[in-house]
Design a binder for this molecule. Sequence first.
Ligand code: UD1
Length: 365
Amino acid sequence: MKKVISVVGARPNFMKIAPIHRAFQKYKNHVKHLICHTGQHYDEKMSKVFFDDLELPKPDFYLGIGSGSHAEQTAKVMIEFEKILIQEKPDLVLVVGDVNSTIACSLTAAKLHIKIVHVEAGLRSFDKMMPEEINRVLTDSISDYLFVTEKSGMENLMHEGVPDSKVFFVGNVMIDSLAYYLNKTNGAMLSKFGLEPGKYVLVTLHRPSNVDSKEQLTKLINMLNRVSEKRKVLFPIHPRTLKNLKEYNLLDEDNKNLILTDPIGYIDFLSLTKNAELILTDSGGIQEESTYLGVQCITLRTSTERPVTVEIGTNQLLGTDLNKAELAANLVLEGNKKQGRIPDLWDGKAAERITEILVDELINN
Ligand code: UD1
């Protein structure tokens, strides 16, 4: 029996591992697929609700790392994950995305000569101020199997000299989850917040570049207040953002058209994404989900590691100049919509492709 340990740590990891876990079940007589949760995200609303919504089993290993500085968080994951690897001796370690748990676990595996699978490889923002960019570059450089979601990823890895034999263009596992759960979406959240389908703006913000400085966060809230004069705005707040809103005294709940709420679970958030008129975000994943759903998206960042969403999708990359973003938002709300289409291989079958390749490697090589 071969053994694969997949790693989850932070919110954007759960919906990527769920379809991979499901796809591995087809091979359960040959491959044991185990899940390790580092505990980088630990709140009920940042973690547990996703296990429930995505029908993920209780993790086989829970490291309980929690928050901390980058070095602390990464180092703690490494110390605990090394113990698991020494005890379990897996044939492969599979990591997804670009969070601190991704680099921590892949680096630990590399030092123990365990082969590494990176799902969502090759994405590059070319902005080393983003911790995720450092995590992406480093993880790819020590991975043995690199599974890529969009053409730009193939080009980036080629330019970095990664041999073709390690790289596979398979599509997007996050879209696998979206396609799988789309028919479970419902109107509960719209009723709860008094929203009409196609007539509200959905906001998510958590990048340090947007929410860590008082100046930028103040400008953002002012802009959201102005947008809320035109449409209801729903803003589920990430813990990092909430902490800063409180610290800077920006948490004002008097505006009934700017609805502030806790982080929202997977299926409820999907229901809200699908029905939004416009999304304002700095998330990576939401750029892709909105493109798949054909929903208008304005990304408040200067760079994106997911350029396909801008090139052929419904995403607009507008930097952190909020005047520009507000102008673009107003245009969308006046009916000027960007036409988009779905990128190649975002068809709900990426995890099947990945497991087929991996099982073939494990059994035949
Ligand atoms: C992390 C990822 C980011 C991803 C995001 C999604 C890295 C470097 N960043 O950023 O790529 O887009 O997750 O959410 O890995 N906190 C809680 N409860 C939790 C988790 C966090 O209260 O369950 C608070 C803590 O105060 C913590 C802060 O949020 O200090 C930030 O958490 P952290 O995991 O360091 O980074 P994120 O900003 O969530």
